[in-house]
Design a protein around this ligand. Sequence first.
Ligand SMILES: [Zn+2]
Ligand SMILES: [Zn+2]
Length: 374
Amino acid sequence: MAQSDHMKKQIDWPVALFLILNPIFGITLFFIYIYFFDTSWIMWISFLIFAAVTNLSITAGYHRLFAHRSYETTGLMKFLLVLFGSSAFQGSALKWASDHRRHHSHIDTEKDPYSIKKGFWYAHIGWLFFKDSVDLEIKAPDLEKDRLLQHQNKYYVWWAIATGFVLPTLIGLAFGAPLGGLIILGSLRIFVTQQSTFFVNSLCHTLGEQTYSKEISARDSFIVAVLTHGEGYHNFHHQFQIDYRNGIKWYHWDPTKWTIQIMKIFGMAKKLRTIPPQEILKARLNAEAKWLETKGISVEKVEALKVKILEAQIKVKKFKEEYALRKEDWKNSSKEKWNEIQIQVAELKLNIQKAKSDFNFALKEWQLVTQQFA
Ligand SMILES: [Zn+2]
Ligand SMILES: [Zn+2]
């Protein structure tokens, strides 16, 4: 027992020193550098692009591709995601995905490697200082077979140094500022992008709404989404982890989702997985229903309202499907049948409109009830 208690407190020195020294050197050298040298606009543009590519390689690559397999990609794209993911100094994709899967299956418990129950700073960065949370065994059988991921995991330090420090120095050298490249595109970028990922484990479990499940600490927040390239809709994500989106509405800030959609246009992403809207709405209503019941509203009333919304939603879907089918028939029909089908199509269009207004009305009713207690 004493042995295991002792083990728990062991500090992982290489990781801890990097996390302490990189910001200290990076920020200090940055101010010294800009005092003595002029930094050109190319440096700042490169910084923004490199930082975005780094973070997106983590969110679209390490997270949504490897940890959750929410879409498939090409060999070249996979390589690029692993390459630039390495430059983030967040460990290998294999290790990252394995820890992250643990986080999902043991959220808010002792087995969650970065549990928010141990405090905001522990979830943010603290867990990375201790051997017992950093050195967890890799458990991701599907990913362990991948040769590229194996290589990156085995030689991670070299991948990280080459992409995280050598490449930035070479980019700087290309416009005559290798030292600036090393400090700004290397060290400073690593510090900034690491914080963005760390916010997912701290802020995403602290700030925002528990839209789909009030039983877990994960939360949905626009502000956190902006800080984390779209990962801020984290309650949705924990509830539906296989969905390639975190922000499901078009106006939800989720650059990672947009990146995957753009990759799809260029044939670099396929089989994008999504949860049907019916299931998403149902989860939301169920979460709100439980909450309403704690406010003293009768279970029967809440259930009746919920059923009304869900039935109207199913009707909209059914009429839309029928409409699409009849419209196809209409295109291919003979002249005699043309008028008959035209009427049917028009009727279906009306039915869709009616079902939609029933749905909106039922939802409004629900909102009025919930607003009373907000
Ligand atoms: Zn989480
Ligand atoms: Zn996740």
